[in-house]
Design a binder for this molecule. Sequence first.
Ligand code: GLN
Length: 388
Amino acid sequence: MKELSKRTSTFTDSVIRRMTRISNKYGAVNLSQGFPDFEPPKEILKRLTEVAKEDFHQYSITWGAQNFREALAKKQERFMGRSIDPNSEIVVTCGSTEAMMAAMMTVTNPGDKVIVFSPFYENYGADTILSDAEPIYVPLYPPEFNFDADELEAAFKLNPKALILCNPSNPCEKVFTYDELKVIADLAEKYDTYVITDEVYEHIVYEPNKHIYFSSLPNMSQRTISCSSLSKTYSITGWRLGYVIAPPEICDTVKKVHDFLTVGAAAPLQEAAVVGLNFGDDYYRWLSDKYTKKKNLFLKGLDDLKIEHTIPQGAYYVLLDISEFNYNSDVKFCEDLAEKVGVGAVPGSSFFKENVNHLIRLHFAKKDETLYDALNRLESFRTKITAR
Ligand code: GLN
């Protein structure tokens, strides 16, 4: 038999999603793949049960149901501070995973370079490979995960087609400041580069940090392809509802890519989610308060256990330092953690271009009782996992 595509031979399956399978195998509390174990808003669920009996069982318009796009445009106009045309500037996708892939395929030709900050959400590596682009990694330096403007400019000098910006950022939980975004924006303009954003944690930001939409910076809306989703905002990761917001000329191409990749996002789920898109500002305040409480609960638990960790500015992850265990593989550490301690985590190495082996990522998008259960299990982790 002839060999399968070279393109797919250079990356593995997703380590994040593999860790969910490993957690399930050992009955571990799964704090690896970031998704909630609490219910979505009841108004959305109520509408979902009604929708089953209504006429939403066939394809919606390929780039998204009209009322969904209209509700989304209204909501994002409020937060992004500019007008958005629901007909020409929005494409509804199957999660932001498809949004990012469609954006990459819209912008890049084979061989084009794309700047990716490291650490990065692991999909971006696969996205560049699947679109035959070449990543240029620019490090974010702990503990604040700041970039060096000269290093970033050096990357721009290599003539990239695009830069991928995850903000608030997974896995380092950084919320980029206006000044940092302005440095990126000035370089994007100087070197005529597109910026593809992943803003799925836009509503999960901790005081005093503020989320600033990249497209809202001066002159940036014309070169920004904003990707996001409803997954984290309404706790519906399984519904796979995401979207691209971009200028009409770019959206026209995203629509074509999306049409041939997936035809469309699930019509009944779009219809049910409109209720969420119509929520008032109080919902988003409630959501960020809820996550602030969870972050405080979880970080206090980690502090009580004397585990060194990052301080999230946004998103719902925390990186733990496991240097004391002296493992030479963080992947093996996470397997041992799931099997012996009963907590699922993601090895930090799956997010870094650099050779990083001393970090693991946990998330706290879980009911308080689940977080307490995980913290109780972690109490024993120094006895159950011995240093090497
Ligand atoms: N963003 C989530 C994480 O990093 C998972 C997303 C996914 O698996 N599609 O864990």
